[in-house]
Design a protein around this ligand. Structure first.
Ligand code: C5P
Length: 237
């Protein structure tokens, strides 16, 4: 049981994507950020936020040996590795199967979101323990438009839109049942699968700095966030 939480926590960290949008080379989950590989940073974040958490990392089958050797060079919290599948859906499913059956609250997190704070992680666990299904969201900072069929566009009501982040966190029995459904392309995240069971998703407060490292410029911003957190004048980032 995670210390002092009243439940046994687990997390599936998905890192089996090839990262095509970043261009060629090493997938972004293995790139260095503030002196540590991104994936190591994400693993350590969960180990710190929820002591005793069971951590399953899903990797592309042909990266398992690489990660084993690479991780040995750094201080990385205990985790188990499992080979991923064709789509994110299959990767999460395999990660879930690798967690201890004793886990009763489980988060699914993108490896490429290493900047979530421990407070955010604990908030999603508490919300999932109370409500069953919790997803962190933020309000869009920009105005939004909806694309119409004829090439035109129309303003969208920003006050009704939310941007969805991870960790998406659930009672484990709910998520395991959700992943018994057959794969469908519209299942882009875990909340959409759980919702298909007729379960309401609770929204909790996400963080603007919990960004998904997608493009090269994101790494520059992420380095700045890490530096400011370590600095004397850290401004609550
Ligand atoms: O496709 P996208 O970039 O949105 O992927 C989100 C997360 O899912 C990434 O962390 C990626 O590594 C992971 N993923 C996976 N297995 C796949 C596809 C994506 O673990 N087959």
């Amino acid at each position: 049981m995670a210390e002092g939480y009243g439940y046994k926590a687990g997390v599936v960290i998905v890192a089996a994507g090839s990262g095509r949008r970043m261009g060629g080379g090493l997938p972004k989950q293995f790139r260095m950020l503030g002196g540590l590989p991104v994936l190591a940073r994400t693993i350590n974040l969960f180990a710190q936020a929820v002591p005793g958490i069971d951590i399953a990392v899903v990797l592309a089958a042909d990266r398992m040996d690489f990660w084993h050797d690479f991780a040995a060079r750094f201080d990385v919290a205990r985790h188990k590795c499992v080979a991923g599948g064709e789509e994110r859906f299959h990767s999460v499913s395999r990660g879930l199967a690798a967690l201890s059956p004793a886990v009763d609250i489980v988060a699914v997190h993108d490896a490429v979101r290493p900047l979530a704070t421990p407070e955010l992680i604990r908030r999603t666990f508490e919300c999932a323990a109370a409500d069953g299904a919790a997803v962190p969201v933020i309000c869009p900072a920009d105005s939004c438009r909806t694309l119409l069929d004829d090439g035109a566009s129309a303003p969208a009501d920003r006050s009704r839109l939310r941007l969805v982040q991870t960790p998406q966190t659930f009672r484990a029995d709910i998520l395991r049942t959700a992943y018994e459904q057959p794969y469908a392309p519209e299942f882009t995240d875990d909340a959409s699968l759980v919702e298909r069971l007729g379960i309401r998703i609770s929204l909790c407060e996400g963080e603007r700095t919990n960004m998904k490292l997608t493009e090269p410029a994101d790494f520059i911003l992420a380095e700045a966030v890490i530096a400011s957190r370590h600095g004397d004048d850290a401004d609550n980032l």
